[in-house]
Design a protein. Structure first.
Length: 548
């Protein structure tokens, strides 16, 4: 044999072997004490760390409490899976360096931690790789960077293994202690078994992520405390967490995806019942014309051609500026603008090239959101919620600029980025003493409007008027009307109502965002709303099944 043809192992390979050998020996020894089924389950647990390391460690704690694994076996499986996953990221960075180097995503992630240049961070990497195990957002960019800068693979493996050996036992044992109590609590309100494990794992995962986020930011706690106090501004993923849990419970209970998706049949007239992607103009065309504010769609095309559509709409509808321009497919008021002139319309059209809707502006001065539902086969539905919308208004003092007034306001400062964008040309104006400045004309919470519980606005006449409108809309059974009106008397009588929009499945009973309310009552209302939606969707599914 020609010894020159025999490839000698590199020094780096030998160092890597020395690092992984103890872990491999322990793995083999532990595996010899396990039966085949338990060994397979531990392999699956290790593989699950490739999906979510923290969730896998939390779930491992539950399995330890249940007696399915011993604590050392569960910890070992998670450590092995995590180290393998970390090495995979390292390999991606090393192999695809030329493609990743300079990518906007990586550069932005590194700038977030104060690192502007890739190569100059190599000396800092050893300590950072250990710290990354305990800091949200650091792992992925740093592991890729370690591969890109060709940090010795043995050193990388040793560092990430040290972090995992400290991190994993702490999370697994904490999960075993907390998860046992939490699972018992959840199982009294759910089917138990796998369902309680999944729900408690999700809950502990959120707690873990929030705790780490707070620990990584010196000034985070005061900001979070203020955010919690004003719960109406909570992130949507936090607010809708109970709804996700409710949907998961339904899936566990019925063990059927079809039962879970029946809710999308709630409004046959809307794609997916109005879950996502529905056309505003298509829905508006279904509503009796006498109660809808005039509107016109604007298809994509040259800006001047689209502007001509707006001008023709004004002439044909015999209305004048201002008008409302908005996306035909929109969410939570995104892109909704009041435009007061040809120049403003041209500017908006140049910045929004997708399909739009131009609609007459109703001066109000009042707006409500009325949530309505009706079961299939019924001719009379009911109003589930009324939201009284209070537009944001500031009072000038003759000294402070509009920018300063917004920044000092206890509520409006929470949405100053929105106001600074929409009022950019007026921010340095100084409103006179007692002058009222309206900050927004759109009735969207994310655009600054405050939502109040409008239950006192409910009258039998209003309920009849809304029901009369709803039953004339073919295939509509569940959703919220956004309505402008001129005076409280007309609303109470159910007359002179002007509908702006109709939203389906993902519309909300928006009175839950009343700042004087409670998040617990809001969650209770939201879950009740979704139970009604599932009931209507199931009824439609049963009707479709009987017809077939």
């Amino acid at each position: 044999m020609n010894v020159d043809l025999v490839r000698r192992p590199s020094a780096a390979s030998l160092r890597l072997l020395l690092v992984l050998l103890p872990l491999a020996v322990v793995t083999v020894v532990v595996s010899q004490t396990l039966d085949a089924r338990t060994a397979k389950e531990l392999v699956l647990l290790a593989l699950s760390t490739l999906v979510s390391e923290d969730a896998a460690c939390i779930a491992a704690g539950h399995f330890v409490v249940q007696g399915r694994f011993s604590a050392p076996a569960a910890v070992l499986a998670c450590v092995v899976g995590i180290v393998v996953g970390d090495l995979a990221l390292y390999a991606v960075g090393r192999v695809f360096r030329s493609r990743i180097d300079g990518s906007a995503w990586l550069v932005n992630r590194l700038k977030r931690f104060g690192w502007d240049k890739l190569d100059t961070t190599r000396d800092k990497l050893p300590g950072l790789l250990v710290a990354a195990r305990f800091t949200p957002g650091m792992r992925l960019p740093l592991y890729l960077l370690a591969g890109m800068t060709r940090l010795p693979v043995a050193r990388f493996t040793l560092l990430v293994s040290l972090g995992a050996i400290v991190w994993v036992p702490a999370v697994v044992l904490a999960s075993a202690w907390l998860g046992d109590k939490l699972s018992d609590f959840i199982s009294t309100y759910s089917p138990g078994g796998v369902g309680s494990i999944v729900l408690s794992t999700l809950f502990l995962l959120v707690v873990l992520r929030v705790t780490l986020w707070l620990a990584s930011r010196k000034r985070a706690l005061p900001a979070v405390t203020e955010r919690v106090a004003r719960w109406e501004f909570w992130p949507m993923w936090v607010f809708y967490f109970p709804v996700a849990v409710y949907a998961l419970l339904r899936l566990v209970r019925y063990r059927s995806i079809s039962r879970l998706t029946e809710v999308t049949r709630v409004n046959p007239c809307m794609p997916l019942g109005g879950l996502v992607g529905e056309s505003k103009s298509d829905i508006l065309r279904l509503i009796p014309a006498q109660v809808v504010l005039p509107f016109q769609t604007i298809d994509p095309g040259p800006a001047q051609q689209r502007l001509d559509v707006v001008l023709h709409f004004l002439t044909h509808s015999k209305i004048d500026w201002p008008v409302i321009l908005k996306p035909d497919v929109g969410q939570r008021g995104e892109g909704v603008r009041r435009v007061d002139s040809v120049d403003e319309a041209r500017d908006y059209l140049n910045r929004h090239e997708h399909k739009l809707v131009v609609q007459a502006f109703h001066a109000g001065p009042y707006e409500v959101g009325i949530f309505y539902h009706r079961l299939p086969g019924q001719i009379v539905g009911e109003i589930f919620s009324i939201t009284d919308k209070v537009f944001p208004v500031l009072t000038g003092n003759g000294v402070a600029t509009l920018r300063q007034l917004i920044e000092r306001h206890p509520r409006f400062k929470r949405q100053r980025d929105v106001f600074f964008t929409t009022l950019a040309s007026r921010l340095e104006d100084v409103p006179a003493m007692g002058e009222l400045v309206k900050l927004s004309d759109t009735g969207n919470h994310c655009r600054g409007t405050m939502f109040r519980d409008g239950a006192p606005l409910h009258t039998p006449e209003l309920a009849r008027a809304i029901n009369d409108i709803a039953v004339q809309i073919p295939g509509f059974y569940f959703g919220r009307f956004d309505i402008r009106y001129k005076d409280p008397q007309s609303l109470a009588a159910g007359t002179d109502l002007s509908i702006i929009e109709l939203n389906g499945l993902t519309s909300e009973a928006t009175h839950i965002y009343d700042p004087d309310g409670s998040p617990w009552i809001a969650w209770k209302t939201l879950l009740k709303q979704w139970r009604i939606a599932y009931r209507i969707g199931h009824a439609h599914a049963m009707l479709d099944g009987s017809r077939s």
